[in-house]
Design a protein. Structure first.
Length: 217
């Protein structure tokens, strides 16, 4: 029976050889297409993954460029601001700064002095008439008080000079009072030709730093 069946199979295959070949070819094509499809999907998955990684890397590179640009701008700004910090450790610079205002006030100056010095870095009050080497690099806010008797135009000149300084300055207080002179009747005519004087008190603050190369006490 097995031989008969085998014979029938052989006869069937012999008579339908074309169909058998077509089935075999279709089977091979099916397997090939399925295999190629799997390969294609794998390649597509890898391509998508690479594309995502590439986009992420490009984004990160862009962010790094932005960071580098921002860092350069920050350093440029820091350098520009550094030039506007007064070096309170440099006694020569301090002397020249005070002399500039003494020249404006002339003989009418009664007092120009540091009234308060606050170390912003260490959050405490310090004195500049001591060894400041331990405060090198610290930022300071220093208050100056100026008491003088002069004309109103001199007051304006002093305020303009403060405004024109390259350093960070801020006028905290301006107190003006009319100055009354004791005069006789004979002096009345002459005094009428003079610009009236005022008693003035100006308090201004200045932002600075104890520099690395300052002339420390």
């Amino acid at each position: 029976m097995n031989a008969l069946d085998l014979s029938k199979v052989k006869n069937f295959l012999r008579k339908n050889i074309v169909c058998v070949i077509l089935v075999a070819v279709n089977l091979i094509l099916f397997i090939f297409v399925h295999f190629r499809q799997n390969q294609t999907e794998e390649v597509e998955r890898k391509t998508d993954a690479i594309s995502v990684k590439s986009s992420l890397i490009e984004k990160q590179m862009g962010e790094l460029k932005n960071i580098a640009s921002d860092l350069k701008n920050y350093k440029d700004l820091e350098a520009a601001l550094h030039k506007q910090y007064f070096d309170f450790g440099n006694r020569t610079a301090m002397y020249k700064f005070l002399v500039k205002f003494e020249k404006i006030l002339g003989k009418n100056s009664s007092n120009i002095a540091i009234s308060n010095t606050y170390d912003l870095t260490k959050s405490k009050t310090v004195a500049l008439n001591q060894d400041t080497s331990e405060y090198v690099g610290d930022f300071l806010l220093v208050d100056f008080t100026v008491n003088f008797q002069s004309t109103f135009s001199t007051v304006i000149t002093l305020l303009k000079t403060l405004r024109e300084q390259k350093y960070f300055t801020n006028v905290k207080k301006l107190d003006l009072k009319e100055h009354v002179e004791n005069t006789s009747r004979e002096d009345t005519v002459d005094l009428s030709k003079k610009e009236p004087k005022v008693n003035a008190t100006i308090v201004f603050s200045m932002l600075g730093q104890i520099g690395q190369g300052g002339d420390h006490a």
